[in-house]
Unconditional design. Sequence first.
Length: 123
Amino acid sequence: MARIMIAEDSNATRLMLRNSLEIAHHEIVAEAIDGIETIEKFIATNPDILLLDVAMPKKDGISVLREIMSSKPDAKIIMITADENLSTITQSSEAGVQAYLVKPFSSEQVLTAITMALDQITN
């Protein structure tokens, strides 16, 4: 079981993620709907894994990713997006993201990405 934070502005996607994580017995420690709230709640809860949407209001996911990684380089972050833009994928990878999920994705894909990120924590 992991302590997971969901940062996603889409209610439907957030609900799907929450349901998938709860079924897999993960603990959801926080949810955020914009970039600024994401940073604040990440600092307050220090989750094992952050599921982070690229396109969010107030501060985009790439900026949030960079800010979090600059203060906590061992953070485990999985990017979520509908954008398959190579530039976005490259920027995410260079900033240290563990996985990249493209919408629409399945519960199985989310749980596989989480397992991979958790394996990186224990190794």
